[in-house]
Design a protein around this ligand. Structure first.
Ligand code: HAM
Length: 408
C-alpha cells in the first residue's frame, strides 16, 4: 500500500476526538444569558460611577508582569503562559489586567487628564493553575481601576459599587479587608513577622520555609492547614501602620460603615500580587471556611507605587478591583437566580406550504429591520412543530402565513 492510499483510507473507529485544553471551557449558548446579564450590569455600573472602558491586548511583554505582579509571586513563578515569538520577543498571555492598565496610563500620558482617571475593562485572563471548581486556566474578569488619587473615599467607592453590583445579580457577599501598609511601615512589620515565623519554622510547609526568606508577607495566606494555624496567631500588619496609613484605613472603614457594607477585618489577607499597598480586600461568599477563601468572587486593593515602578514620571496612587465572572455565574446558577431572558423575541413567523415559505423569508426580514426581535423555524414543515419551537422560545405572538394569506 502506498502512502497515498493509506491517507485515503476510511477513519479507524474509535479515533480520539480533540478536546479543549485542560482548564479551558466553551461557554455554551444556554449559558449566554448569564454572561449577557452580568456584563450588562457591569457596564451599567461602570457608566454610572464614571469608569470609561478600555480594551487592552491579550499579550504583553513578559517583563510587565515580572516587574508588577512580582517575580516571586505564584502567578509569575508558576502560572504564566509565556513564549518567545518569531522576532525573539518574550511574551506573556496576560494573567491579569491591572499591570496593563498601568502601562496604558503611562503610555497614553493619562497623567495629563483630570485625575483620578477611572477605567473599566473586561475579558479573558490566563493562568496555568491546577484546575478545580471555580478555578480555570482561561477565565474572565471585569475590573475597575481609579488612578491618580489617594482619597480613601475611592477605596470605599470601589468596594461599595462592586458589593452592590454582586447584589444586583442576586449574590450576597462579605468583604474581607486589611491594610498591609506602605514602603515606610512594611519593613518594621516584616521584621517582627519573620522573627515570629522563625520560632515556628518546624511547623511550616516546604513552600513557607522558602517564603520566609523570599516573600514573608505571603506566609500569611498559605493554604496548608498547619500554616494557617500559625498565621492565626501571627503579628498583625494593622498594628505596624504609620500614622498616615492607619488614618487612611480608619477612613475607609468609616465610609464602609456609612454605606452599610458588611466587612470582616481579616489580618491574614495579604493578596498574592506584589504591587499592593495599604488597603487590600476580597469579596467572599458568606462564611469563612477554606472553601470560601478559594472561591472569592473578586478582589483588589491599592497599588500606590506601581505606576512609578514601571516608568511613570510621578508618584501616582491608585486603587482597583477585578471580579471573577465564572465564579459569579457559578453562584448565580447554584442559587437559581432568575435572569430576565433578553433573547426572548416578540414575534414568531410560521408558514404552511411552499409559497408561504418563500414569502415568509421577506416578511421575517421586514419585521426584523423594523426593529422587532423576530424568531422562526422555517426549516420545519408542520405548523405544530413550528409552534412548539415558538413556545420554547417564549415568543409572545405567532404570525401564521398560509395559502389564504398569500392569496390575500
Ligand atoms: P486576583 O485576586 O488575582 O486579582 O483575581 C481577581 C478575581 O479573579 C478572583 O477573586 C477570582 O474571582 C478571579 N480569578 C482569579 N484566578 C482565577 C482562576 N484561575 N479561575 C477563575 N477565576 C479566577 C487580580 O487579578 C487583580 N488584578 C485585581 C486588582 C485590580 N487589583 C487592583 N486592581
Amino acid at each position: 500500500m502506498t502512502a497515498d492510499t493509506k491517507s485515503d483510507a476510511p477513519k479507524k473507529r474509535g479515533t480520539r476526538a480533540i478536546k479543549t485544553l485542560r482548564g479551558m471551557r466553551d461557554i455554551m449558548p444556554e449559558d449566554q444569558k448569564y454572561w449577557d446579564y452580568l456584563r450588562m450590569q457591569a457596564r451599567e455600573f461602570s457608566h454610572s460611577y464614571g469608569f470609561r472602558r478600555i480594551d487592552l491586548p491579550l499579550m504583553e511583554p513578559e517583563q510587565l508582569f515580572n516587574r508588577t505582579v512580582g517575580k516571586t509571586s505564584d502567578i509569575v513563578e508558576k502560572e504564566m503562559y509565556t513564549f518567545v515569538d518569531q522576532g525573539g520577543d518574550k511574551i506573556a498571555l496576560r494573567p491579569e489586567a491591572t499591570a496593563s492598565v498601568a502601562r496604558a496610563y503611562i503610555e497614553h500620558g493619562m497623567i495629563n487628564r483630570p485625575q483620578p482617571v477611572k477605567l473599566f475593562y473586561e475579558g479573558p485572563m490566563f493562568r496555568r493553575e491546577r484546575p478545580q471548581s471555580g478555578r480555570y486556566r482561561q477565565f474572565h474578569q471585569f475590573g475597575f481601576e481609579a488612578i491618580g488619587s489617594l482619597d480613601p473615599l475611592l477605596d470605599a467607592q470601589v468596594i461599595f459599587m462592586n458589593y452592590r453590583l454582586l447584589k444586583s445579580v442576586g449574590i450576597s457577599s462579605m468583604v474581607h479587608i486589611n491594610s498591609i501598609g506602605d514602603e515606610e511601615s512594611r519593613p518594621n512589620y516584616q521584621k517582627v513577622l519573620v522573627s515570629y515565623y522563625r520560632t515556628k519554622r518546624s511547623e511550616l510547609c516546604e513552600d513557607c520555609r522558602k517564603r520566609l526568606n523570599k516573600n514573608p508577607l505571603r506566609l500569611l495566606d498559605c493554604k496548608e492547614k498547619d500554616c494557617q494555624e500559625v498565621a492565626k496567631a501571627a503579628p498583625q500588619s494593622v498594628d505596624y501602620l504609620t500614622e498616615a496609613c492607619r488614618e487612611h484605613f480608619m477612613q475607609v472603614l468609616d465610609y464602609l460603615d456609612e454605606m452599610d457594607v458588611p466587612y470582616f477585618l481579616d489580618h491574614t489577607l495579604v493578596r498574592g500580587l506584589d504591587y499592593y499597598t495599604r488597603t487590600v480586600f476580597e469579596f467572599m461568599p458568606d462564611g469563612n471556611d477554606e472553601q470560601t477563601r478559594q472561591a472569592a468572587y473578586g478582589a483588589g486593593g491599592r497599588y500606590d507605587d506601581l505606576i512609578e515602578s514601571i516608568g511613570g514620571r510621578e508618584h501616582t496612587p491608585a486603587i482597583g478591583v477585578a471580579m471573577g465572572m465564572e465564579r459569579i455565574i457559578n453562584a448565580m446558577k447554584a442559587q437559581e437566580v432568575d435572569i430576565p431572558d433578553a433573547t426572548a423575541c416578540e414575534v414568531f413567523v410560521a408558514q404552511i406550504g411552499e409559497e408561504a415559505k418563500k414569502k415568509s423569508m421577506m416578511l421575517f426580514e421586514d419585521l426584523r429591520s423594523a426593529g422587532l426581535c423576530v424568531a422562526e423555524s422555517l426549516a420545519k414543515e408542520g405548523l405544530k412543530s413550528q409552534l412548539e419551537v415558538a413556545n420554547k422560545k417564549g415568543v409572545k405572538y405567532a404570525l401564521i402565513l398560509g395559502q389564504k394569506e398569500i392569496m390575500d
